[in-house]
Write a protein that binds this ligand. Sequence first.
Ligand code: HEC
Length: 141
Amino acid sequence: MMKKIMLIMAGTAGALGLSLGSIQGAEKEIDLSKLPPASTKANVTFAQDIKPLFDKGCVMCHGPRSAKGNLHLDTREGVLKGSEDGPVVVTGNGAKSLLVHSLAGLSRKPMPPQPKSGGQSRSFSAADIGLVRAWIDQGAK
Ligand code: HEC
């Protein structure tokens, strides 16, 4: 009897350890080779290049009135401020930015959320993700 309980406890701890490990691992070890390459476009700006993309696919959930995760994507300031969990942009390094990882579906919470989790928007194309990456690489102006 006792032995059986111990076995169950060990099993539970093992399962927990494993899932915690994989969650942390997912944030730390992003396979950068899976990211779309940065766009080669020069002088990428939020106003000209990024805002139209976010307006179309993101601000219905990250807008002025209702911002999920307290992340506002309708203004450059909002994007740079980040979410309730912290920054989503590492200025100068798109490949390290959670924003880009989310768009590429490589983070724990792919954005926009996929249909099975209630989302309805289409994922960004590789070209659009590359543009966001270039925008951050170039200093998020
Ligand atoms: C259907 C609503 C919805 C849409 C559309 C949406 N998001 Fe989100 N987003 C959320 C929710 C909800 C959260 C908070 C998730 C949580 O903390 O569990 C979130 C969180 C985030 C985060 C923080 C992720 C993290 O791991 O902390 C980023 C970055 C983000 N969204 C970017 C985007 C971008 C970029 C778009 C447009 C391509 C987008 N979102 C579209 C609902 C949405």
